[in-house]
Design a binder for this molecule. Structure first.
Ligand code: 5RP
Length: 253
């Protein structure tokens, strides 16, 4: 097991490589140092963000941080934070968030992100968009040359009403994109996956990554009736904390 502050690990022999889980934890622990007492903190969703929530709770418990209020980005995170003893609130009561800390599925060279493979993209985008600082915590495997280029999906949250019609509209939007495909996300029982907002998710796949002006792609998607939000987080991250296999950290501003 790692010591409580793994980012302070002494030099590791070259032969020792961190696992992906250890890298996530190293990035999460470093980002927790960016939180100050009295802050309203957006709490991300996913396995990397879970390490951050544990560390935040630990720092609160040992008295290093006081007066923290968390705004959870999902029901899963809400449960975790309550269990960890972090006082929670909502964007309605705290519309300005001092700092949000969350993982990502992909980070491009301009720090644009793909998020939401865990299905929480809508709440994440609202809360992280309301944040003065949005710190993304990732391991080096999340860095990509181009969004969608890793062969994994770019998710889009849509209303369930006439979902197949919305899927067709999305397919039409990208009909000239070579290697594009899209499908409804399903759960283990092959039923439509439901988000915390009771919506559905369309998974978009771009064989060569999302091409062209990302803001234009975003606008086109958001103009489709039935589309709630998509998982491309453009120009939102203020910092990226990236942990590498050798245990080192890169902090990008
Ligand atoms: C959830 C997200 C997560 O931040 C993203 O999927 C990364 O997850 P993990 O930290 O488990 O790799 O966007 O909607």
């Amino acid at each position: 097991p790692l010591p409580s502050s793994p980012h302070l690990l002494p030099h590791k022999p070259d032969s020792i490589q961190l696992t992906q889980e250890e890298m996530k934890r190293v990035a999460a622990y470093r980002a927790a140092d960016m939180v100050g007492s009295g802050m309203v903190v957006g709490l991300g969703t996913g396995s990397t963000a879970a390490h951050f929530i544990d560390r935040l709770a630990e720092l609160m418990l040992n008295g290093s941080l006081t007066g923290i209020i968390g705004i959870p980005t999902s029901l899963q995170t809400e449960k975790h934070a309550i269990k960890a003893g972090i006082p929670l609130s909502t964007l309605d009561s705290h519309p300005i968030v001092d700092i949000s800390i969350d993982g990502a599925d992909e980070v491009d060279p301009k720090y644009n992100l793909v998020k939401g493979r865990g299905g929480s993209l809508f709440r994440e985008k609202m809360i992280e968009g309301a944040s003065r600082k949005f710190v993304v915590i990732v391991d080096e495997t999340k860095m990509v040359g181009c969004l969608g280029g890793s062969g994994l999906s770019v998710p889009v949250e849509i209303v369930p009403f006439s979902w197949n019609y919305t899927l067709l509209k999305i397919q039409k939007l990208f009909e000239n994109e070579i290697g594009f495909s899209a499908r409804l996300r399903v759960d283990q029982d092959n039923k439509p996956f439901k988000t915390d907002n009771e919506n559905y998710i369309i998974e978009m796949f771009f064989e060569k990554g999302v091409s062209g002006d990302l803001n234009e792609v975003s606008d086109k998607l958001l103009r489709l009736t039935g589309v709630i939000e998509h998982g491309m987080f453009l120009n939102m991250a203020t910092n990226v904390v990236m942990a590498k296999k050798d245990g080192s950290l890169v902090i990008l501003n």
